[in-house]
Design a protein. Structure first.
Length: 274
């Protein structure tokens, strides 16, 4: 336990380690989805060009995240010094702090912010970039408008303030969530029963793909990042067979614009109505 705490306590100062947590799963899942894909994709030009566009958004998101991370650290430090937050008030030990903190961050920084983005017109217009992808694969997971980095940072700050968790728990949660984000977007064909049983606790690939179906109410369902319990408890879980899923958005957004970077960057400044 102490080794885990020590490692993640300093992970923010190890950019190559953080990059490895991102790059290695992408590489492995890229290979798996190339061997046994869930769907045959129809890329505009090629899978590589599609990946380059998505990675461009990812890099912007990561740069902003790195710049804002100092505020997460400062808030965590303040909570530890002042004894503010649930983990301090209830006197959790290290193990319970990690368990509770990871679940809480997955709720605030995963489910809740995602739910709010879908229900708030201004936030939704930024989130559109993620949903316009008509070819969902491992590179789609971190395809977000730069403005979304600020929105998600805000919800992480709220979660930290309420829970009072230390920075190592935040980094454990963020690492787990980023891995699940890539896993659930990957175009991989898991055995049906394995995916089904997995989805009772965690967000599985087939479960999350429902969220990318172009029609409501499916677009407004399955908001979870790592744990499926939030969708099941809060009534936002829906099932749709992978064979019936069509990626993209409904007719108010042109699907052929899914790789037009200029239009995607302008999406928060246009009035899209579901």
């Amino acid at each position: 336990m102490n080794a885990i705490i020590d490692y993640f306590s300093t992970l923010e100062s190890k950019p190559l380690h953080r990059l490895a947590f991102l790059a290695f799963p992408i590489f492995i899942l890229w290979l798996v989805e190339s061997i046994k894909p869930l769907k045959e994709m129809r890329y505009r030009k090629s899978k590589s060009r599609h990946a380059i566009i998505n990675f461009g958004f990812t890099i912007c998101h990561l740069i902003i995240h790195a710049a804002l991370a100092v505020f997460l650290v400062m808030l965590c430090d303040w909570c530890q010094l002042s004894g503010f937050g649930i983990v301090h008030w209830l006197h959790f030990n290290s193990a319970w702090t990690i368990i509770f903190g990871v679940l809480a961050m997955d709720f605030f920084g995963g489910w809740l912010v995602h739910f709010v983005e879908h229900k708030t017109p201004l936030f939704w217009r930024a989130h559109i970039v993620h949903h316009t992808d008509t070819n969902i694969d491992v590179t789609s997971g971190l395809r977000h408008h730069p403005i979304e980095a600020f929105i998600r940072w805000l919800f992480f700050m709220i979660g930290i303030l309420i829970t009072g968790i230390p920075i190592y728990v935040v980094l454990i949660a963020q690492t787990l969530m980023s891995m699940f984000t890539m896993f659930t977007h990957a175009n991989i064909n898991l055995p049906y029963q394995l995916d089904r049983w997995l989805s009772y606790i965690f967000v599985s690939p087939n479960m999350h793909k429902v969220h990318h179906h172009y029609k409501q109410p499916f677009t407004d369902s399955n908001y979870g990042t790592a744990f499926s319990i939030w969708d099941r408890l809060l009534g936002t879980y829906l099932y749709l067979s992978p064979n019936d899923i069509v990626y993209g958005l409904d007719n108010y957004y042109k699907m052929e614009d899914d790789e037009d970077v200029k239009k995607l960057l302008k999406s928060p400044f246009k009035n899209y109505t579901k």
